[in-house]
Design a protein around this ligand. Structure first.
Ligand SMILES: [Zn+2]
Length: 163
């Protein structure tokens, strides 16, 4: 079963850095939430949708600061990071009726990080029997409309649950 367990992280090359710099810093600086797929902005961390989701509702939580490692962050950032991950877990469990979640972080390109110099925690909703989703999500099935609907829905859920 490790095959299934680790599958969500294998495709991370899809989020690899594009010309023009760090996608997380770009999203952090963006004023256009629709375009940058930002779902929620905290004080030190923010939440965005993965543009190439492994499953519907695949979120990433990253610090605003361009840091490669968890240990580069101040304790307050780490506290907000894990609290935000927990919030994402709760929202996805409650509103997406998940059967499980993969939560994880790849540190360094050897570990599979597509963007290795700005760490980000993946929160991937899972449903029983979704193991074949990879063949779909790894392709080009994801259409922008679906992402923008998901983004709006999650943004309002983050707003409603407060912090
Ligand atoms: Zn960055």
């Amino acid at each position: 079963m490790p095959e299934v367990l680790f599958a969500p992280w294998r495709y991370e090359y899809l989020v690899a850095e594009k010309p023009g710099g760090c996608i997380f810093c770009q999203a952090a600086a963006s004023k256009n939430e629709e375009e940058s797929l930002v779902v929620f902005r905290g004080r030190r961390v923010f939440v965005l949708l993965n543009r190439y989701p492994y499953t519907n509702g695949h979120l990433m939580i990253a610090p605003y600061a361009h840091h490669a490692f968890l240990s580069d962050s101040e304790e307050e950032t780490l506290r907000e990071l894990i609290a935000t991950v927990a919030r994402a877990e709760k929202i996805l469990s409650d509103h997406y009726r998940t059967d499980g979640l993969n939560i994880g972080v790849n540190l360094g390109s050897a570990a599979g990080a597509g963007v290795s110099d700005h760490y980000h925690v993946h929160v991937v909703p899972r449903w029983s029997g979704d193991t074949n989703f990879m063949t779909v999500a790894g392709g080009v099935r994801v259409v922008p409309e679906e992402l923008s609907v998901t983004r709006r829905r999650l943004a309002s859920l983050f707003d409603r649950t407060g912090s």
